[in-house]
Design a protein around this ligand. Sequence first.
Ligand SMILES: NC(=O)c1ccc[n+]([C@@H]2O[C@H](COP(=O)([O-])OP(=O)(O)OC[C@H]3O[C@@H](n4cnc5c(N)ncnc54)[C@H](O)[C@@H]3O)[C@@H](O)[C@H]2O)c1
Ligand SMILES: Nc1ncnc2c1ncn2[C@@H]1O[C@H](COP(=O)(O)OP(=O)(O)OP(=O)(O)O)[C@@H](O)[C@H]1O
Length: 517
Amino acid sequence: MARKGNANMACSQSENGCIASFSLFSEKAVQELLHSPLQGSDDHLIEFSETLRTVAKTLRRVAEGKASAQAEAAEWKRKFELERARNLKLENRGKSCLEFHPDLDDMRTNNPTNQPALCNETNEKSERCSRNGICSHEVLRDGNPDSDSHSKMIRKASFKLSWCCKGEQSDQQKHDIVSFERGNITTAERSSKQISLKWESSPQTVLILTKPNSVPVQILCAEMIRWLRQQQKLHIYVEPRVRVELMMESSYFNFVETWKDGKEISALHTKVDLVLTLGGDGTVLWAASMFKGPVPPIVPFSLGSLGFMTPFYSEHYKECLESILKGPISITLRHRLQCHVVRDAAKNEYETEEPTLVLNEVTIDRGISSYLTNLECYCDNSFVTCVQGDGLILSTTSGSTAYSLAAGGSMVHPQVPGILFTPICPHSLSFRPLIMPEHVTLRVQVPFNSRSPAWVSFDGKDRKQLAPGDALVCSMAPWPVPTACLVDSTNDFLRSIHEGLHWNLRKTQSFDGPRES
Ligand SMILES: NC(=O)c1ccc[n+]([C@@H]2O[C@H](COP(=O)([O-])OP(=O)(O)OC[C@H]3O[C@@H](n4cnc5c(N)ncnc54)[C@H](O)[C@@H]3O)[C@@H](O)[C@H]2O)c1
Ligand SMILES: Nc1ncnc2c1ncn2[C@@H]1O[C@H](COP(=O)(O)OP(=O)(O)OP(=O)(O)O)[C@@H](O)[C@H]1O
């Protein structure tokens, strides 16, 4: 019955009007005809019914063939897009690496092989490692040349660990990341160390972003601008809306700069040294969303109710800013996800549609539909699972304390590079959340046979519909969001889960009472 139902659906969904009209002669219709009072009374009618049944069967086979061809085409398309996404990622990495290097010309001249900056970095790393005496690339020596046969037998085998960059030919792209010291694996570098920012020249320009419709925020903003101008001699940028509000208050604020259009916004990162946010976590998300590429360091002042990412107290803004402008400051590099919506109809969406960067998460859910969402999920070339439930959250580790947490995901330190894969109300008893490594590309596909479309939203905003056949492709973005820490990354994170969520708060058990003897 289910197969028959599917066949009918495939026929009626077809854009081909001819097949749609033939679906009138479905097997069900034929059965009804056979069981009608005319049955047996007319041999010709029976013969005709048999013919119709054959036609219906043939049509069903055609519809099934079409569905399977569509699925195969989607699979090829998915592979093609994955490959493109990988290449794009590599290209972006190359670009960002080059962009962030101030002495690019020097490097080019000093790099006879003309390798990209990434390779130089790797060389630098291994040089640094050798200096530290940790990353020896030598083959393990025997030790004592006079050693007896017993000690030779217990000698450990030597080996080399290397890492393959995707999309390159395997022989050319092996970089040693972990080496061996007398056969034991040690790591020289870890990606999640506390990062310190030291100004090499003083910051000149500050962008202030504020939560809208808040009088305390407006008052603080005006006060802060006066202080930054008079005491720190800084250039100030604000949003057009805020400039209007300031000018209504006083013409004194005429020096405050703003922008006119999206083009000027996209050039902001080249002018702004520091971004101050006055609001809650939503204002930090807003600030991050303004920068589609590199993001200047953000100093988030807390004027909201929760404030996971806003460690600075607005009452102490003068002391905070004095110390930040002087530096050095501890920062958290918050990873972002780069998301592409890939339409089934698109020939090549990567070239036409801008990716959306999210700091918290991208959510694919059932929107207003009351049906279960049905989402096929892939990680690189591997099938992950099919989500049947309210939806799926792909979250950064910064976002792990937001929607993903509410859906049962783990809380993860924001400096850990990874992508959280958290289902929303899965209709299955065994669906636990996953955390994937940072280098993967995830693809969430609405299958062709889905009963309803799905909806995607980015940091809780910009909802878009995903029709059957459409997909969301998501990978780690090359541009993280550097946010200033009040103390350091770990201290701020723990403080936020204690104070913000009252994590594991319980009255301590009293001393009196039964004890183990
Ligand atoms: N059920 C839920 O928990 C739920 C539902 C929808 C959206 N959200 C979250 O709201 C975010 C958008 O925030 P908004 O301020 O624009 O909307 P909002 O004003 O609706 O605020 C949502 C709440 O989430 C908190 N929040 C945001 N980012 C956080 C983070 N990284 N860690 C801990 N808490 C965080 C905010 O402080 C706020 O209290 C989305 O990215 C999503 O994570 C949560
Ligand atoms: N500069 C801005 N322009 C437009 N919208 C903004 C801006 N800053 C913040 N928002 C939006 O305003 C909403 C509320 O912001 P925010 O979370 O900072 O304040 P809050 O809700 O009072 O804080 P909390 O969530 O901690 O209670 C968010 O949805 C955010 O996206």
